[in-house]
Design a protein around this ligand. Structure first.
Ligand SMILES: [Mg+2]
Length: 179
């Protein structure tokens, strides 16, 4: 099983699934993969940097996850002020300054939630932090395009690095769909 996971996710920066928005990541879909916990990035995955609080869509999405028995945690590289304020309307397990692509905080979150990497997936917008971190643990990576891609030179540079991996993802998906 472990070996199989490693082989399947050997391309560290290619996510298993890409959705247009977190809103399309449904509990039924996660359950069909055997997933019952989700580690979720905040910035540009759920909301742009400038948005301090979760909107109605976000709140409803989390309540649907909860109803379906999917445990959720927020895993952010942003600071405590940002994470605590955003989480004030959600009351989820939340981790600031998580150090992704490091795996330490992910492991801590799963331990706190009482789950392990075999039933947990990661949801984020960055291949170089979100995907890489969950792949270190052999977990499934779900990626959404960044909500408000900051058009800074740094971000544009990162996108350029990511592009070939995204192309690989779509190629792989097309192949799988043909089967
Ligand atoms: Mg992000």
């Amino acid at each position: 099983m472990k070996k199989d996971l490693k082989r399947k996710r050997s391309i560290a920066l290619v996510p298993e699934y890409v959705f247009e928005s977190y809103l399309y990541v449904r509990p039924e879909f996660l359950k069909s993969l055997g997933i019952r916990a989700l580690l979720i990035d905040i910035d540009n995955t759920l909301a742009p940097y400038e948005q301090d609080l979760p909107d109605e869509n976000i709140i409803n999405w989390f309540s649907e996850m909860k109803k379906a028995g999917i445990s959720c945690a927020l895993i952010s590289n942003n600071d405590h002020t940002r994470v605590e304020l955003f989480n004030s309307l959600l009351s989820l397990p939340a981790y600031a300054k998580s150090g992704k692509p490091g795996k330490k905080t992910l492991l801590r979150a799963m331990r706190d939630m009482g789950v392990d990497e075999t039933v947990t997936a990661g949801l984020g917008d960055q291949l170089l932090t979100d995907t890489l971190a969950v792949h270190k643990l052999g977990m499934i990576s779900i990626i959404v395009p960044p909500i408000n891609d900051k058009r800074t030179l740094f971000f544009r540079f990162k996108r350029r690095i990511e592009r070939p991996f995204m192309i690989k993802y779509y190629k792989r998906k097309a192949k799988a769909n043909k089967k």
